[in-house]
Structures are given as C-alpha cells and as structure tokens.
Design a protein around this ligand. Structure first.
Ligand SMILES: [Zn+2]
Length: 134
C-alpha cells in the first residue's frame, strides 16, 4: 500500500526531529499534501495510525494541510490557483499550462510537542538559592 510507506517515512522523519528536540510527548504531526500528490487522505490517516504504534509518536494525531494546485499562466503572466485537479487550464483565461508551481508537495510541516512541565522548568531556572543558616 502506497500510503503505508508514506506514513512510515513521515513517522521516521518526525521521530528523528522529536529526538533532536530532546524528546517529549507528540500531540500532532502536521503534513502538507498537494492535491496532485496522489495521496488519499483517509488512507494516509489509517496508515499513520498503524505506523505510529510502538514509536515515540504513538497517540499523536495526523493533521493534513491540503495544498491547492497553482499553475503559472503565460497569458496572464501570473500564478493562478485551480479549483480542482480535473484540468490544468487557467481559471481566468482558459490557457492550459504545464507549469505547475504548487500542489505536488508531500512534506512534513511541523510537529506539535506537549508543552514542557512548567514546574520542572521553574525548578531548572530558579538558579542558586541562598539558604539561611542559623
Ligand atoms: Zn490565464
């Protein structure tokens, strides 16, 4: 299954970043998926739930940011966002363009970690405390 190998890569990359950040509980993993990336969102979610088992990401949520397709239209001399992926014609003038500027990406955008325990931070940043001696 295509989506399972993608989910496995997401988990591997994300787990590496979490390790670099010093660990912590992962709340969510945010990925950007272009409409032309040929990834089925529902299948990716199911695959993600399977892939995170027994990893530092277990229990986290996958958030998918759908990226619309943008083409560069030579007639309009500008980028145009397409409403769908049925055709690559400029929505303004109808010129078909093969110059795709966005919509094919599949990338890890960010990882949401649980905020660190504030009491721990407080203890760590208190600094030297003078102890009164009798
Ligand atoms: Zn145009």
């Amino acid at each position: 299954m295509h989506e399972l190998s993608i989910a496995t890569s997401i988990v591997e990359i994300a787990a590496g970043h979490v390790l670099e950040a010093g660990g912590g509980r992962v709340l969510a993993v945010i990925v950007r998926v272009g409409r032309l990336a040929s990834v089925h969102e529902g299948a990716l979610r199911s695959a993600f739930d399977v892939a995170i088992a027994d990893t530092p990401l277990a229990g986290s949520e996958l958030r998918v940011v759908a990226v619309p397709v943008r083409i560069f239209c030579r007639s309009c001399a500008g980028e145009r966002e397409l409403a769908g992926i049925g055709s690559l014609a400029c929505p303004t003038c109808g010129t078909v363009s093969g110059d795709i500027r966005a919509g094919t990406e599949l990338e890890l955008e960010s990882i949401e970690l649980e905020p660190p325990d504030t009491s721990t931070i407080g203890a760590a940043t208190t600094g030297p405390v003078e102890i009164a001696t009798p």
